[in-house]
Design a binder for this molecule. Structure first.
Ligand SMILES: Nc1ncnc2c1ncn2[C@@H]1O[C@H](COP(=O)(O)OP(=O)(O)OP(=O)(O)O)[C@@H](O)[C@H]1O
Ligand SMILES: [Mg+2]
Length: 286
């Protein structure tokens, strides 16, 4: 497999809460890692649910976290990344201090680009180590966003090559998607002109009913081939249990004689095809 050295930065975003962003981020990252890709996962949410899943507990106040990378010069994405061995990826956690992001960066007129600076520095540093034939590199940098449209999400989108949008198939949930695609457009205007909509993924999908189908139809019309309905993640108790016991889904499912990780393996294949694997496409939807 040829491995691009430049990490593709992918935000997992939807301002609606509880639609499966964190679950998708962890399990997609795990599937990418098991396929041989080097992955850096960043918890960009003050709720720190992803951090609790990976470590089984919250970070201590003095543990290095993503806010340190944004606010303290000595910390970079590369030197603050920790190996989450069981999951197969590198990881930077967050704490509830991230809720103070606006206040912490209030003196920085370019705060909407604070994360982009960190990502650009990482790419630059990796490029240099690349030239020195170092083994260190990432293929993907996955960013788990909070359920909001505030500064953190603006920063994440301004730094991203692409965005993946998990959504539940409910009327209220899809009404909010327009706001998110508007924010992606804002990121394009902010100079991230090449940001792609990698896809809209139906998650926590119950047995298909008439109402679900009519919502899927709306998304099909709105997003066309970017509506990744073949990659939908069904509702499965094993998927939520894995996070509750802080286990990688693959290991938890296998230990329980099931194979729920296959949904994320399929999604990982499509994400690779639509990002580093195939010609780039630009966000074209309103
Ligand atoms: N496919 C699934 N099957 C069953 N439960 C799921 C599935 N995906 C997610 N869940 C559960 O749904 C809840 C919300 O999921 P998750 O935390 O991933 O959403 P989120 O969008 O990250 O939430 P927030 O907006 O608060 O960050 C969690 O309890 C999770 O375990
Ligand atoms: Mg979350």
């Amino acid at each position: 497999m040829s491995k691009p050295r430049r990490p593709y930065t992918l935000s997992i975003a939807n301002q609606k809460g509880g639609v499966g962003k964190t679950t998708l981020t962890v399990s997609l990252a795990e599937s990418l890692a098991r396929s041989g890709y080097e992955v850096l996962v960043i918890d960009y949410d003050g709720q720190a649910n992803l951090t609790s899943w990976v470590y089984g507990q919250k970070l201590a106040d003095d543990d290095v976290n993503i806010l340190d990378v944004l606010t303290r010069n000595e910390w970079t994405l590369l030197n603050s990344a920790d190996r989450a061995e069981e999951f197969g990826f590198d990881f930077i956690g967050s704490t509830d201090s991230l809720f103070d992001l606006e206040a912490k960066l209030s003196g920085d007129p370019y705060r909407v680009f604070a994360f982009r600076r960190a990502v650009d520095n990482m790419k630059e540093e990796l490029h240099q180590t690349d030239e020195n034939a170092s083994e260190q590199h990432y293929d993907f940098c996955l960013v788990d966003c909070p359920p909001a449209l505030g500064l953190a999400v603006t920063q994440a989108l301004n730094a991203s090559d692409g965005v993946l949008v998990p959504t539940i198939l409910e009327k209220m949930a899809i009404e909010g998607l327009k706001k998110l695609t508007d924010q992606v457009k804002q990121a394009q205007e902010n100079g991230r002109s090449d940001i792609e909509l990698v896809g809209v993924v139906p998650t926590i999908v119950q047995v298909v009913r008439n109402q679900t189908e009519s919502i899927a139809e709306v998304l099909r019309n709105q997003f066309g081939e970017d509506f990744l309905e073949d990659c939908q993640i069904p509702i499965r108790t094993k998927i939520s249990e894995a996070s509750a016991v802080s286990s990688p889904l693959r290991e938890y499912a296998r230990a329980n004689g099931s194979d729920e990780h296959k949904y994320f393996d399929e999604l990982a294949e499509v994400v690779v095809e639509r990002t580093i694997g195939l010609t780039s496409r630009k966000l074209q939807h309103s």
